[in-house]
Design a binder for this molecule. Structure first.
Ligand SMILES: NCc1[nH]cc(CCC(=O)O)c1CC(=O)O
Length: 306
């Protein structure tokens, strides 16, 4: 068998950048390995006129890529980890999470430097319930409008004057060479990103030992610790793109500190909690923060937690 590894990827510029990045890392790690991309379209990319929540958000960007792996048309898939559901489909694994890039959100505008500078009633574009909840909490007067599509599409609509400002992930802008569009970083502790924001993960068939051995050296251990805490919190809250859950873990030596937030996108009320624990057991920290959030009343903002 030829020494080849095929990466299934979405076709958006950001997805292609991320997959090319993983391909370049793999070529450097394994001289002689031929690494090719298999670009494909997913439902999440095609349906742009409805919110992700309305078309059944969960795994929307993954399904077609997983089917390609199951058919044997691809060996692995590259994802933004924040778009990966908390529970993978049976038979799939995440053998590698790469070193996290910038985790923060970006305030992007052609006229204003930050949220505090927006005039009363200004219009901000974002379809993320998490971003909407945090904007509402800071500025109840803002008009929040949906904004979907890939990063370039969203910037184009800002530039066309449809919004006074939009919120995007810093990591996506940086990867696409658009860092100069960031007017200010929205960062912890005041503003929290999506769990796993800024981290790239590689998905594969759990039983594919040859591929998983090739992917293993891409892993970044500190990033894995942080995202395990964030994803355990999100899992315990039944978090998904239907739910405004935010969270960020940071490592300090052998300790991991996790901050979490659950909010209401319509009225800006929110609950926050944080916990610290042993970096050897990050999921316990995630569960502790989820419990503290629920004790603080977060259940009211969550559809399905029992
Ligand atoms: N929801 C789409 C998405 N998924 C991952 C990123 C950014 C890159 C990352 O978080 O790693 C983006 C764009 C955005 O939120 O602005």
């Amino acid at each position: 068998m030829k020494n080849t590894l095929r990466i299934a990827t979405r076709k958006s510029p950001l997805a292609l950048w991320q997959s090319e990045h993983v391909a370049a890392c793999l070529r450097a790690l394994h001289p002689g390995l031929e690494v090719v991309l298999v670009p494909m379209s997913t439902r999440g990319d095609e349906v742009l006129d409805r919110s992700l929540a309305a078309i059944g958000g969960k795994g929307l960007f993954l399904k077609e890529l997983e089917l390609a792996m199951q058919r044997g048309d691809a060996d692995c898939a590259v994802h933004s980890l924040k778009d990966v559901p908390m529970e993978l489909e049976p038979g799939f694994a995440l053998p590698a999470v790469l070193a996290r890039a910038d985790h923060a959100d970006a305030f992007v505008s052609n006229r204003f430097d930050g949220i505090a500078d927006l005039p009363r009633g200004a219009c901000v574009g974002t379809s993320s319930l998490r971003r909407q909840a945090q904007l509402r909490a800071l500025r109840p007067d803002l008009v929040l409008r949906d904004l979907r599509g890939n990063v370039n599409t969203r910037l184009g609509r800002l530039d066309a004057g449809e919004y006074d400002a939009i919120v995007l992930a810093c990591a996506g802008l940086q990867r696409l060479g658009l860092e100069s569009r960031i007017r200010s970083r929205l960062d912890a502790p005041d503003w929290l990103p999506a769990p796993s924001q800024g981290a790239i993960a590689v998905e594969s068939l759990a039983g594919d030992a040859r591929i998983n051995a090739l992917l293993a050296p891409l892993e970044d251990a500190p990033t894995r610790i942080c995202i395990e805490a964030e994803r355990a919190m999100n899992r315990a809250l039944h978090g998904s793109c239907h739910v405004p859950v935010a969270g960020l873990a940071v490592l300090a030596g052998d300790r991991v500190l996790l901050r979490g937030m659950v909010g209401d996108a319509s009225d800006g009320r929110s609950v926050r909690a944080e916990a610290e624990g042993d970096a050897a057991a990050p999921q316990a920290v995630g569960v502790a923060v989820a419990r503290a959030l629920l004790d603080g009343g977060a259940g009211e903002f969550l559809p399905a937690v029992t």
